[in-house]
Structures are given as C-alpha cells and as structure tokens.
Design a protein around this ligand. Structure first.
Ligand code: LLP
Length: 441
C-alpha cells in the first residue's frame, strides 16, 4: 500500500489510524464504523491553502466541496483551517450555519436550486451563488429585488473538457445538465443575460470538469479555455471577470491502479493551474482573477476508513468467495453505482499477505450489493475486522437507510483520541418520521 500516511500497523499486527488501534475502536464503537483521521484532513486543507498563498500571493480561496462529507465537525475543522466551503443544498447550508461557518465564505451550487434554498442563501448573506441557468437568474434577481439586496454571482460554464474519469461522474461534457457550453455560444448568451440583471452582481465564472481526475493537463486545458472565454467576454461586452472558480476533481488513491504518487501531488495540481492562469492572463491580456478551487474528495477521502465485521463466508467452487460483512450499499453505494474500486485488509491481522481473491458482500437484499468484488485479501475468518480504505468521501455522504439498515456512526481520531462526530442511529430514528393515520390503526 502506498500513499497511506494516516495508517500504520502496530506491534500486535493490528491496523492503526490516528494513533489508535482499530481493534480497540471496534471494541469501543462496534461495526460498521466510519473512522476519520483529523490530522489528514487538516494536512490536506493546509496543502491547498498554502499553495495558493505561496504561488498566487494569496489571491484566491480554497472552498471545501462539502458534498464529499457534510457534518458539523467537518465544517468546524475546515473553518479552523481558513477554508471556505461550497454547499449544494439547503441541508448542507443548514448544517454549515449550525456549525457557525462564516457566511462570507459560503458559495452555493446546484442545477435546480429551490426557491427556498435561494431565499435561505440570501437571508444568510452567503458570499456567492453559482447560477446554473436562465430561470435561476430570473428567480434570483426577483428575490434580490424583494429583499432589497445585491447578490454576488458566478455563472456555471461548461468548457467541454473531457477528463479521464468514470463517465457517471463527468460533469462538463458539452452534453451536461450543468451550466452552459462555450462551444455552442450558450455561455455567451448566459453572460449577456446575467449582465442585464440589476440586482445581481456578476463576478465571474465557474467550471468543474469532473471528479477523480489525475491528468494535470485536463486542469490546464480548462484554465486556458476559461481565460479565453473571459477575454472574449471582455472584448465583446466590456465585462471584466474578477473571479474564476475552477471546481475540484483531484484524484485520490483507492487502489494501486491509481497513479497518484504522494501527497505533494495536490500542490502540483494547484501550481499547474496557477502557472497556466498567469501565462494565459498575460497572453489574452486580462487581469489575473481571484482564484477559487473546490476540492472535496481529496480533502476527506483518504482520511477515512470503514470497519466491518465478517459475519459469514461462502465459497462457490471455481466461481467466487463471498465474505459477508455487516455493512453494504447503505453505507457505501459506490461499487453498486460506479463499480468503484477499493482496497481492503483484515484489520486485526494486517500483516497477513493477501492470498485469496474474494468479494466483500453487503447485507442488503440486492445481488449487486458489494463493497468490493474480486479483490485480493488474506484468508478471512468469521469475526475478523475488515478495513476498507479511502472511504472518507462520498460514503457517509451517500449513505441511506435502505432495507432500514442503520447508517453507521463516524468517529474522529487524532493522536490516540477518538470521539463521535456522528453518533449511531437507532431504530427509533428510523421510524421517527413514519406516521400511522388514525384510519389505519
Ligand atoms: N465542485 C463542484 C461543482 C462539483 O460538482 C464537485 C463534485 C466538486 C466541486 C468536488 O469534486 P471532488 O474534488 O470531490 O472530485 N458521488 C461521486 C462524486 C460526485 C462528484 C460531484 N461533484 C463519487 O462518489 O465518486
């Protein structure tokens, strides 16, 4: 295993995270359990922040894309690390506000923001709304008029960059539900229309070319295309964009197939963007914009592991070995959705060499409910603890109560301490909003 600075194996041969033995964690908190390493999260925030400070004279801000993992404690950590955030729903905004996140560092996204969500954003005076479409411009402008405020906005633009990643998580092809493409002139019309809105203050543009991307060239290309567009709009409409948000998407290690080398590659992504930004701003004769980036997965992904207990093992001769665990697609739907790959080990015998090819099957009533299919693992026994790596992003965030399973709690670990940041659900939580009308009783 490379790239895993959060983990080590201790003298008992147990996996450790944040200085705590995972076997101890399971004794104390049970399974399934999400575990997040606080120091890794802080380190990642620091790498992004410092790179912008050093390489771009601080002329920018890192926004944590909180869709990757949203809960009170994460917003607190991110705030303490001087980052801003992006939110994509009333629920994420509510959580951030409850965590006391400074509203002047909150940016809101979404391709179909509800009127109530826009109102919430305006009432709380968030920094900026990334407008996705013409209807939203109309609705937001009318709302701002009603509230008597000017709202800063960016426009979501599609630069048409094809990043090499799983197609389900590619969001910036010409055919996309997000924003408007430069190539067919619709981004220009979007700009023209936004400039007519009296209560909206157009600051610039946003794009996001996809997720789990390793190719630096994709980011450089998107930067170039966006700056060309900025120059074009300046020439045609005398509109000088002062802000450019280039989204997130930096890839993380899930398996050794991922090309990432070490943690410093994240500074390199940002340096690539900044070098390109400077070069192209000069070339196209535009002002260097205030830079926003929105990493989500890379801030929390590798900080997290999930711990499970093996319940039963079934081998179908010459076909497959099923290791049934006490979690499944309700805590991590990424294999079911994207055939996402993960690496796992037996946490209570972490030095044992992988000798078998097995599938980690979840407990949901779905034959496609796997966490991993056909992965190498040491020989597992019933009662062993399985650790799955790099589950900090888009796991808890995408969890559900399917089959009325309980969403696992999250513990945050640091220097040998562990504390809940999301407590365990109970069956009572599961029926909390169920109603039995009188006539059914
Ligand atoms: N900004 C925008 C506008 C986004 O749409 C996203 C992710 C990000 C930033 C953060 O991207 P990141 O740095 O995390 O790659 N559920 C999928 C991932 C969906 C990503 C959606 N947008 C998965 O589990 O792989």
């Amino acid at each position: 295993m490379n790239c895993r600075d959060t983990l080590r194996i201790n003298a008992q041969g147990h996996l450790e995270i944040g200085g705590i033995d995972t076997v101890q964690l399971v004794k104390e908190f049970g399974t399934p359990l999400y575990v997040m390493d606080e120091e890794h999260i802080r380190k990642m925030c620091g790498i992004y922040r410092q790179t912008i400070e050093k390489e771009y004279n601080g002329n920018g801000l890192v926004l944590y894309a909180s869709k990757a993992l949203s809960c009170l404690a994460i917003y607190k950590i991110v705030e303490q690390e001087s980052l801003g955030i992006d939110v994509v729903s009333g629920g994420e905004l509510y959580t951030a506000l409850k965590a006391g996140f400074p509203t002047d560092k909150i940016y809101m996204h979404g391709n179909n923001k509800l009127v109530t969500e826009l109102q919430m954003a305006i009432e709380n005076k968030i920094a900026c709304i990334v407008v996705d479409n013409f209807t939203e411009l109309d609705i937001l402008d009318a709302l701002c008029q009603k509230y008597g405020v000017q709202q800063n906005i960016l426009l979501r633009i599609n630069p048409g960059v094809e990043a090499h990643t799983h197609q389900y998580i590619q969001t910036a092809k010409v055919d996309s539900k997000f924003g408007f493409a430069i190539s067919n002139g619709s981004a220009e019309q979007f700009t023209q229309y936004a400039l007519t809105k009296k209560n909206l203050n157009l600051q610039g543009y946003h794009c996001h070319i996809g997720s789990q991307i390793f190719e630096r060239d994709s980011f450089a290309l998107a930067t170039d295309i966006m700056l060309q567009f900025i120059a074009d709009m300046q020439k045609k409409y005398q509109f000088e964009a002062s802000v450019l948000n280039l989204g997130g998407g930096y890839g993380i290690w899930y398996t050794d197939e991922d090309v990432k080398t070490n943690i410093n590659c994240y500074a390199e992504y940002v340096k690539t963007i900044i070098t390109q930004l400077r070069k192209k701003a000069k070339e196209y004769n535009v002002k260097e914009p205030f830079l926003l980036i929105e990493p989500g997965r890379s801030i929390v992904g590798e900080a997290g592991i999930t711990l499970y207990t093996v319940g039963n093992i079934k081998e179908i001769a010459n076909l497959k070995k099923y290791i049934a665990i006490d979690g499944g697609m309700f805590d991590n739907p990424r294999y079911a959705l994207y055939q996402a790959k993960y690496t796992a080990c037996i946490a209570n015998r972490a030095n044992d060499k992988a000798t078998e090819i097995v599938s980690l099957a979840g407990k949901c009533c779905e034959s496609g409910d796997f966490i991993c299919e056909d992965i190498p693992l040491a020989k597992a026994n019933i009662g062993d603890i399985i650790a799955v790596f790099s589950t900090g992003a888009y796991n808890y965030a995408m969890s559900s109560n399917y089959n009325r399973n309980l969403v696992p709690p999250i513990v945050l670990v640091k220097k040998g301490r562990a504390a809940y940041i999301v407590k365990p659900q109970t069956f009572e939580d599961i029926i909390r909003n169920d109603v039995l009308p009188e006539y059914l009783k």
